[in-house]
Design a protein around this ligand. Structure first.
Ligand code: ADP
Ligand code: MG
Length: 730
């Protein structure tokens, strides 16, 4: 009796095995049995033929309606034309050879599955040369017997049809023997899960819906437990690594900083601050993710953590995703520290450190000084972009790495920086303003501890958001620019955000780091998205004539970016017309309005991030989402969702619901897509939470899982698959 490691070549023969390998990369019986049906069709079910789209490779269920042969015009021979129907719409099937043979089988009234590429010929939908399989038997009695049966529908290609796969799966299932179950028996009992062999039979050959469901739940558990067990081991291993303990010390910089803070910390900030302080005091590295809405006060927490490390004799590095943000962090951290950050200067405090800025574009002299300060330890805090990762940057004693806005960073970079601390690993704090739903955090950042700041500091002004339907109500757009003028007249400032830079970038600029992620290709407006370089002159000569406008985007030279930001920050510009470079972290409390052009081109979470730029001062913020997408469209619904709530977690979930699962996990987790076939981070929350708890318990009791060889083998397979890539480096 065969297990799951048999080669398909041996089980199915060379020809079938070669096809499965080249179509799906399946080489073992286990691979094939884990190629699960996409869905099930019940006998008698018909596909909605009107929904087919040209160019799609489809497998449809339909009934033969009529059949006719006619001579071909251009060539000798006959053409067979079969019309199939779902009871309403029709689809033509055309066969050019073996006409008599097909004609004998495809008799009117028969049901079948037909697979091929959809095209339109003379206004009619058709499948040319479809593959097909007839269902049921000719006699009605036998057909009725099959009526309740579920037909698995597999992901198929033009060379391998769903019924080819079904046939191979049946052969393998028939030879399947006893299997070692990766799920421990006690766990299966606790969660009422069926055994592996039953689950594999049930997922491929279910007698009814209930059996299919039980099989899928059980197989999801495999995926969830294996992943969580890997993460649990990793957390355990990371916790065992050595790090230099940096315990809090009274009378140092941290205490002086707290004393000069112009506000009191929120309860959440104190709580998270205490968690981090305790982590830093351990002689194992901290790996913590700090998530909190834009403006929830993460930077202050990071500065306190950095000062604790400096007090204990170490240095801290702060990484920002862009130069603009690195510069801004440099300014705001320097401001927050005041004399505490001016060591060696006349106006420096007695106990003080230095803050160094390192960016790719800075002048040689400034750069040399910053490098020296980092290497000598004179700079307690070194702030920069990825330039910080450059080889020649050395630290005297790097104790803490703070990574701001994690979602812009590759795992690789995180790892390189950690490697900068010789011997002991530095503590790592990752900050993100994109709220991550809990199960996604558990899956993607499963090896990190998570802290959340859920309240905004008091005195923060509310942000009102409105949708401006520019196509239906052009008056509303006029009113938008009037509102901008009114705010400027009151001494306030405004942002105008466009999805694109413009100039010669074409539509290709959407790959640009500071352009919108188009979540809206379902309802393309048919014109390229609005561009900064077009909007700026149009506004200058039109509705915003006479105001002081500045332009900002990722293609500007660094000094122009800095100049524009500075002009906007010090109030010498009224309106900043920009791409999404202002998405994260930019802090100008006097800005009260944000107008987002072609707002439907942005993702829900991205819009939420963007509007966080206004309402940061004492005046209420206003965000206007300008769109030409029609009322009732999906795009309009998304915008209404954003206008309807300020709850970032809720919006993050809406965002996830609209993306495909693979995208949710992101490029850095490419390997995950392969290992998570049934499990959905969106829909299987309870299961993931339960699996995480079970995995933690198993690994605590038996770190190497020596008592669970089948589970350990699956974990090895997962690690191999990911080439140890993500998991090794995270
Ligand atoms: P985040 O990094 O989470 O977006 P910041 O740390 O930049 O938020 O804080 C946003 C603004 O709120 C800053 O101007 C900061 O000084 C201020 N702030 C932070 N914590 C508090 C607090 N407890 N009370 C009042 N203002 C605060
Ligand atoms: Mg910030």
């Amino acid at each position: 009796m065969a297990g799951l490691e048999e080669s398909l070549r041996a089980t199915l023969g060379g020809k079938a095995a070669a096809k499965l390998d080249s179509a799906f990369g399946l080489t073992t019986t286990g691979d094939l049995l884990r190629h699960y049906p996409r869905r099930y069709a019940s006998r008698g079910e018909l596909t909605d033929l009107a929904s087919l789209r040209d160019g799609d490779h489809v497998t449809v269920f339909a009934q033969v309606e009529k059949v006719r042969t006619r001579p071909m015009r251009a060539r000798r021979g006959q053409l067979l034309e079969v019309t199939v129907t779902d009871g309403r719409a029709r689809l033509a099937l055309t066969f050019f050879n073996k006409v008599q043979f097909w004609e004998r089988q495809l008799t009117p009234g028969r049901h079948g599955m037909f697979a091929g590429k959809v095209s339109t010929f003379k206004g009619r939908r058709q499948l040319a040369h479809p593959e097909f399989k007839l269902l049921g038997a000719d006699d009605a009695a036998k057909a009725a017997e099959f009526a309740a049966e579920l037909i698995p529908v597999y992901p198929a290609t033009k060379d391998v049809s769903t019924w080819d796969i079904e046939k191979c799966v049946q052969i393998v299932l028939d030879t399947l023997g006893e299997l070692d179950d990766p799920l421990p028996a006690a766990l299966r009992e606790r969660h009422r899960l069926i055994g592996l062999a039953d689950a594999l039979r049930g997922v491929h050959r279910p007698a009814d819906e209930a059996q299919a469901r039980a099989a899928r739940v059980r197989l999801k558990w495999d995926e969830a437990l294996v992943l969580q067990a890997v993460l649990a081991q990793r957390r355990r291993a990371a916790a065992a690594l050595p790090a230099t303990a940096r315990p809090a010390r009274g009378g140092g910089l941290a205490a002086a900083f707290d004393a000069r803070l112009p506000f009191t910390l929120t309860a959440g900030q104190r709580e998270v601050g205490a968690e981090i302080a305790a982590d830093l005091a351990r002689d194992h590295p901290m790996h913590r993710l700090l998530q909190g809405e834009v403006g929830s006060g993460k930077t202050v927490i990071a500065v306190r953590a950095m000062l604790q490390v400096i007090d204990a004799g170490g240095q801290a590095a702060l990484l920002a995703p862009t130069e603009v943000l690195a510069q801004q962090h440099f300014r705001s951290v320097s401001d927050l520290l005041g004399p505490l950050g001016q060591a060696g200067r006349l106006d420096g405090a007695e106990v003080a450190t230095r803050v160094a800025l390192l960016t790719g574009s800075q002048a040689t002299a400034a750069r040399r000084e910053a490098l020296l300060d980092a290497a000598s330890g004179a700079a307690g805090i070194v702030i920069g972009t990825h330039a910080l990762l450059a080889e020649q940057v050395q630290f005297a004693d790097l104790g803490l790495v703070v990574i701001d806005e994690q979602h812009r960073f590759g795992v690789e970079q995180r790892d390189t920086l950690r490697g900068k601390a010789q011997g002991a690993r530095p503590h790592v704090l990752v900050m993100t303003a994109t709220p991550i739903p809990r199960t996604v955090a558990m899956t993607v950042y499963g090896d990190l501890d998570v802290s959340t700041l859920s309240e905004l500091p008091g005195g923060r002004s509310p942000i009102a958001t409105h949708v401006v339907p520019a196509a239906e109500k052009p008056r509303y757009l006029d009113r938008t620019w009037e509102r901008v003028r009114e705010e400027v007249a009151k001494g306030r400032q405004a942002y105008v955000v466009c999805p694109r830079i413009g100039g010669d970038d074409g539509a290709a600029a959407s790959a640009d780091a500071d352009s919108a992620v188009s979540g809206a290709d379902d309802e393309d407006a048919g014109r390229p998205p609005l561009a900064v370089l077009d909007m700026a002159p149009a506004l200058e000569q039109g509705p915003l004539a006479g105001l002081r406008l500045r332009v900002m985007h990722g293609r500007l030279p660094a000094e122009d970016k800095d100049g524009a930001m500075r002009a906007f920050a010090d109030g010498s510009a009224d309106v900043l017309i920009s791409t999404t470079v202002v998405e994260v972290g930019v802090d100008v409390p006097n800005a009260t309005v944000m107008v987002i052009m072609d707002a439907d081109r942005f993702g829900v979470s991205q819009l939420h991030q963007l509007r966080g730029r206004v309402g940061r001062g004492t005046e209420p913020g206003l965000c206007l989402l300008v769109t030409e997408s029609p009322e009732g469209s999906k795009a309009r619904q998304r915008l209404a969702d954003v206008a309807g709530t300020l709850d970032g977690f809720r919006l993050a979930e809406i965002d996830l619901e609209q993306r495909r699962e693979g995208d949710v996990l992101g490029a850095a987790q490419a390997g995950r897509k392969k290992s998570l076939k049934l499990l959905s981070v969106l829909h299987d929350r309870d299961l993931i939470v339960a699996a995480r708890a079970e995995a933690a318990e198993l690994v605590d009791a038996d770190p190497d899982l020596a008592g669970y060889p089948a589970l350990a083998a699956e974990m090895d397979a997962l690690l191999d698959e990911e080439q140890a890539g993500f998991l090794e480096k995270a």
